[in-house]
Design a protein. Structure first.
Length: 388
């Protein structure tokens, strides 16, 4: 892996120039199509007759209300997920616009390493992606930047409206494309992937988040989304623990476990960030059985906690503590070295867990409220009967 990507100033200049032009064109096309669609809705909507526009600003406010503002009360868990996914996609787009991306850095440090250990048939699939990016580095990167920033903006400003739903479907489609052609499916086919370094891939969690937001409101209000997410996390943590404990994965050996942290420690970064990772790598090399045993136990405890107790405060707290540890020690915050394409899996996984926790709290409060109401009704009924 090339830890110091070579950056050609000429390539960077052409890339930013093309990015600026394509962005301007896309914004123009988007404004025209959006204006045309909302104007059609305005003409076909009987309620539009109730609006009286005295100036162009009134009409723009009408468009904003119809296209972007939610027309209903938004569940707090949904609100957190909308904002979180939108911000993460914006961050991804900004990271994709780094100078190393249209140069060789993206291919050498992001796409090429994903091939290691993959089955032959999947190597051929990834080779197509690598060849395409090698042949069209500037064009491919421009498209990636615009798509990711566009998805982020649609999610942030659209939310429950049409613009937000378009953003969710784009998030699913682009997230799956990244997961298959860019992340190598998070390395799950290699037999040596670990959630400590981000497996099964952040893009897959983006897809799960978008699917949750596309679920009907009934699922959220009745607690189905909370229960479904609970079991998803339970299965995820239990499987992550099984993979971490699998003998052939090599994590019980000094070389196997220390390699989990050595890659992050070797990235260009301030010493105060790399020193703890390097210390963790040395500890893992010295006592692999001890440390891997703790890692496996922690994952199993989280899996059992989600299955039995759900998103309780202890499970929620332990999850965030573990994700903070893996984000630093195993994933190096996902952005070091100038070739990070996203903050990696831990932040988006934390976002999903926070959403589940808020869902559980709201649903529990609702059940307590209903129980109290039924109890009050029964007391009143009893009192009425005795009086009679």
């Amino acid at each position: 892996m090339n830890m110091q990507p070579i950056i050609d100033p000429t390539v960077v200049h052409v890339f930013y120039r093309e990015l600026l032009w394509v962005t301007a064109i896309m914004v123009g096309i988007g404004l025209f199509l959006g204006f045309s669609w909302w104007f059609y809705q305005f003409l076909s909507d009987d309620n539009s007759k109730a609006y009286h526009f005295t100036n162009f600003g009134d009409f723009l406010r009408f468009i904003r209300i119809r296209a972007f503002l939610p027309g209903k009360t938004v569940h707090s868990g949904r609100r957190v997920l909308w904002w979180g996914l939108g911000i993460l996609w914006l961050v991804d787009g900004i990271l994709q616009a780094q100078p190393a991306m249209p140069n060789d850095g993206f291919v050498e440090d992001v796409l090429a390493p994903a091939i290691q250990g993959q089955p032959i048939w999947y190597v051929r699939v990834l080779a197509v992606s690598i060849q395409f990016w090698t042949d069209h580095p500037i064009g491919a990167d421009v498209v990636a930047v615009i798509l990711q920033i566009g998805i982020g903006l649609l999610l942030l400003v659209g939310k429950e409206r049409t613009a937000g739903k378009i953003g969710l479907w784009l998030s699913i489609a682009w997230g799956l494309a990244i997961w298959v052609f860019g992340e190598g499916m998070g390395g799950i086919l290699t037999g040596s992937a670990t959630s400590i370094t981000g497996a099964p891939g952040s893009a897959l969690f983006y897809v799960i988040g978008a699917i949750l937001l596309l679920l009907p409101d009934k699922w959220w209000l009745e607690g189905n989304a909370s229960r479904t997410s609970r079991w998803i996390f339970s299965i995820f943590w239990l499987m992550a623990g099984m993979v971490q404990a699998w003998p052939s994965a090599g994590f019980w050996t000094s070389k196997g476990l220390s390699s989990v942290f050595e890659g992050a420690a070797s990235m260009p970064q301030p010493s105060w960030m790399s020193a703890p990772i390097d210390a963790m790598a040395r500890l893992a090399a010295s006592h692999p059985v001890f440390w891997n045993g703790w890692f496996v136990l922690f994952m199993f405890l989280l899996g059992i906690g989600f299955a039995v107790g759900g998103p309780t405060r202890p499970v929620f707290t332990l999850s965030l503590v573990w994700l903070a540890f893996t984000w630093w020690m195993g994933q190096d915050f996902g952005v070091m070295g100038g070739v990070g394409t996203d903050p990696n899996s831990s932040p988006v996984l934390a976002l999903l867990i926070i959403t589940v926790w808020k869902l559980g709290r709201v649903h529990s409060a609702s059940k307590r409220s209903q129980s109290t109401s039924l109890h009050d009704v029964s007391i009143l009924s009893s009192g009425t009967t005795e009086s009679g």
